[in-house]
Structure formats: C-alpha cells, structure tokens
Design a protein around this ligand. Structure first.
Ligand SMILES: [Fe+2]
Length: 326
C-alpha cells in the first residue's frame, strides 16, 4: 500500500431486506460452461508439509471473545481466530492454482456485493480444485492448522471462490473495493495467487476486536482503514501465502487495487463434529446464488449437519479421526 493510494473500504451494504430479496431473484446461472483450460493434474505431493512460524496467530480471546462465545465443545476446543501466512501448497502447487485462477478470469462475474469480480463453486469447474479439497493430505494439513477436523463445505457454491481485483478502467472511476464484512463461513483459508509486487493496494485488512465494537465505530474505522489502531494488515507477500480467518467472527476488507492485478483463492471448510455451530445464514447466500439454488443448498447443508457421515460417504470425502490432529 503506498501512502498516496486511496484506502477507503466501504462497509458492505448487505443488510437491507429488500435489496437482498431483489438480488436473490436476479442471481444464479452458470457462467463458465466453456472453461477448457488444460489443468495440471492434482497430486497429494503438492500439499506443503513444512512451515516457518507464522507471523500472526491470534485466538478468539485476542479479538475480545469470551470462552462461552467461542465455537467448539468441551472435548474439542476451537478457539483459533487467525493464523498466517502459512503455505497449504508447495510452490509448484501454488503456481498450478495460479494458472487455473488466471484461466478462469474470463468467466468471473461482476459482483459489487463484496468484491468486484468473482467465481463461486470453483470445485465444480476445476478438477484440480475438486481433487484438492477432497485429498486426505490436504484436509489433514488444514485440520492440523486449525485444530479441528475439516472437510469441504456442503454449501458448495460458497465453498471455493476465486476473487479478482483490478484497478479502475477509467480515470474518473473509483477503484473497486471489497467492503468491510464478515463471512458466513467459520473456517476460511485465503490464498493469494499474486505476488504483492504485482499490484498496489489490494491489502487484506481486518479489525482486531468484537463485531459490536466495529459496528459502533464503523464510520471511523472505515475512514481510517489500516491507520486505525485496531486494524491490522495480513502480510501476504508471495503466491501461495495463505491466511486462516474465522470469517464469520472477524470483520475484514480489501483495500482498492490501484495498479496491477490481484487474485485470491478462498476455500471455506466445515467441521463435521461442530456442524450445528455453522454460522451461514440463508439470506447471506441467496443474493449471490439465487433463491431456488439457495433453497437446495440449504437442504444439503442441513442433511450434512444431521448426518455428516452420510455426507462424507456420498461426496467421497475422507473422514479424519480427531486424534490424528494431535
Ligand atoms: Fe470475506
């Protein structure tokens, strides 16, 4: 982020009931039927196995949450709020994903809801990504980082997304912004597919505090951006750098890209042992996926919450025993 770049990141205007209903009736429809990129083949060997100590590790307590407000249960604590940057994939794996992200860019749809362009349900489009999120080594890696068993999220439309951030195309146009928001998902891994040198702006920033505090001071925080004392910047530097965020509990935004291009890959996961604590809300997804599709997605989510074993068998998802995380 340079000192001269505009940093304002508007608060997501996603709360009005009528707006959500209008978007729900308009949304839906597939856009990447002609995706014909010859993808590299997925291999478990593309999962990273070693880590340097991540620069950021913050618990829910560090964000002001009390023990009884955290996810988890007595035999399965679940209190990590954020960690990273970590590597989920080897450099070769991250480069393969970058190629896929670049190849899918033409299929990304404009969406000013949270980011400017994005693709949802990447798992259905990309055999590489489909295999990756079902790979036992990959799932063990993400589960070990968070400390609870994680599997692909049953809300597949929202489960894997690629976000594209570009500078404004006209001088008079404001830079597109990813607005301050919280996700529906509890467990979100955001991987940059761009080196930071490739763009100016495009910083992932987050508010280290409780959502009520953010809401009470949102004008001040939104205006100050990373200059606010409780706003931190995630240190993404190189292709493959990944942050884990408890997206449903942490307000975050991306500053406008003013030069170059930024691509991020976001994979959200589901804990089959804590399915009832999933924080997705119907009206969070419906404006993106359309009303009918969201109704069906919701049916699948609640099946997975009630019978996670059946969901894993049907979807060929390997089930990780909890002790394997230790
Ligand atoms: Fe987000």
């Amino acid at each position: 982020m340079t000192a001269s770049a505009p940093e304002e990141t508007r608060v997501a205007a996603i709360t009005t009931g009528l707006d959500r209903l209008k978007r729900s009736l308009r949304a839906g429809g597939r856009t990447a039927a002609d995706y014909r990129f010859r993808e590299p083949e997925w291999s478990s060997e593309l999962v990273a196995q070693t880590d340097t100590h991540p620069a950021i590790t913050a618990t829910m307590a560090d964000f002001g949450y009390l023990p009884h407000e955290c996810h988890g249960r007595s035999d399965l604590p679940d209190s990590l709020a954020m960690t990273g940057p970590v590597a989920l994939l080897t450099p070769a794996g991250a480069q393969a994903l970058r190629q896929i992200g670049q190849a899918l860019k033409d299929s990304a749809v404009h969406n000013d809801y949270v980011v400017s362009h994005r693709i949802r349900d990447v798992e259905t489009l990309s055999p590489f990504v489909h295999a990756m999120v079902r790979d036992k080594t990959f799932l063990h890696r993400v589960s070990t980082l968070v400390g609870v068993p994680l599997i692909p999220h049953p809300l597949r439309d929202a489960g894997v997304q690629i976000n594209y951030y570009d500078p404004p195309t006209a001088v008079a146009q404001a830079a597109p912004v990813a607005k301050w928001h919280r996700d529906g998902m509890n467990y979100v891994f955001t991987m940059t597919l761009s080196d930071h040198d490739e763009h100016e702006g495009g910083d992932y920033i987050y508010y280290q505090g409780r959502p009520e505090e953010f809401d009470a001071h949102r004008a001040e925080i939104t205006t100050a951006g990373s200059r606010h004392p409780d706003v931190r910047t995630a240190p993404f530097r190189h292709v493959g750098d990944t942050m884990f965020t408890r997206g449903s509990r942490v307000y975050h935004a991306v500053t406008p890209v003013t030069r170059g291009h930024r691509i991020t890959f976001a994979v959200s996961l589901f804990c089959p042992l804590l399915g009832k604590q999933d924080e997705n809300r119907f009206w969070h997804s419906a404006p993106d996926d359309g009303l009918l599709r969201t109704i069906n997605n919701w049916r699948l989510l609640h099946q997975a919450i009630r019978r996670p074993g059946a969901y894993c068998r049907r979807e060929a998802i390997p089930v990780l025993p909890v002790p394997s995380l230790r």
